[in-house]
Design a protein around this ligand. Structure first.
Ligand code: SF4
Ligand code: SF4
Length: 304
């Protein structure tokens, strides 16, 4: 199997891609000498499902959670954004770290569950199917590798509740992989579309407001049962968000459009575009006139 390039010398990631049947030696438990060392210096990217679990654990909206506990980051320059944990004020520790352990343990994020394994999702350019490989992270401070317990990565994933976490974030990973593999060939996404992508994936309570609008419900024909689920079920809404993004970003239609509303919308978009182009032409004409006046000296002769 080909090995990934590791461009960071000294990286704790063991440069070996392994599969789920690979056996690791590891155990983490309270009382170990390095207890909480990993949570004292964090760099944790969150999946949309992580955000959903954590905001529900804390009993706050996704908007509040994102504002209070995360910082956005660009996955690639001028590309889609993700969210990372914001550490404590003036420090590097996780805000949920307590002397007795993780304060949100039942809903801790994917990256915390995986440690010391890293998930590497990969897909071929023309495919939607992604394949999972893994890498092992070995950091000097982590004594868990010295504990005599052997377990396959597949069983470790089960133990850590990762099957559910990975399944419910799969749609998002596929979108990210597809967006990245499109590269510059499809052009830079506009700021508005990047903001929308972030909102639909992470700010699920605002996305709920969006799918509740009259214009959305006029344009998309959803069975009543599905509409009810989107109103009340966060997981159903998140999976719908991924499906919706596949449709609007990559033209993979799975949500029926109301033909009449779609025609009206198209006509509005075209009308708006004509007005914008007319305004832009007017502005260009005025600029040309101003340039022309500037180029003429007071005695009416062109300035050379
Ligand atoms: S969420 Fe919990 S396990 Fe993850 S870094 Fe914070 S304290 Fe540690
Ligand atoms: S064994 Fe590793 S994962 Fe567990 S507390 Fe220590 S540093 Fe963290």
């Amino acid at each position: 199997m080909s090995q990934p390039d590791i461009p960071f010398p000294g990286s704790p990631v063991v440069p070996n891609m392994v599969e789920a049947d690979h056996v690791i030696q590891f155990s983490c438990h309270k009382g170990i000498g390095c207890w909480n060392a990993c949570c004292s210096n964090i760099d944790i990217s969150l999946t949309p499902y992580d955000v959903l679990r954590l905001k529900n654990h804390l009993g706050i909206s996704s908007t509040e959670f994102l504002r209070e506990y995360t910082v956005p980051y660009e996955m690639e320059k001028d590309s889609i954004a993700g969210a990372k944990f914001r550490p404590v004020e003036n420090g590097t520790a996780c805000r949920f770290m307590r002397p007795e352990g993780c304060d949100v343990y039942a809903d801790r994020p994917t990256a915390c569950r995986y440690y010391p394994v890293a998930l590497l999702s990969m897909r071929k350019q023309d495919e939607y199917v992604d394949n999972d490989y893994y890498a092992i992270v070995k950091e000097d401070h982590c004594k868990g590798h010295e504990v005599d317990r052997r377990i396959t990565i597949a069983d470790y994933r089960k133990e850590q509740g990762l099957e559910e976490y990975d399944e419910l974030a799969r749609g998002w990973r596929q979108l990210v992989l597809k967006k990245k593999s499109c590269g510059p060939a499809v052009g830079k996404p506009s700021l508005k579309s990047r903001q929308f992508f972030f909102m639909a994936c992470y700010d699920i309570d605002r996305f709920r407001e969006f799918v509740s609008t009259e214009s959305f419900n006029r344009l998309f024909e959803l069975p009543q049962e599905e509409k009810d689920a989107l109103r009340t079920d966060d997981v159903a809404l998140l999976q719908f968000a991924f499906r919706y993004l596949r449709q609007v970003l990559f033209g993979e239609e799975s949500i029926s459009l109301n033909a009449e509303a779609a025609e009206e919308r198209l006509a509005k978009v075209l009308e708006k575009r004509v007005i914008e182009e007319r305004e832009a032409a007017k502005r260009r004409a005025l600029e040309t006139e101003e340039d022309f006046e500037e180029d003429i000296s007071d005695d009416g002769e062109p300035v050379v």
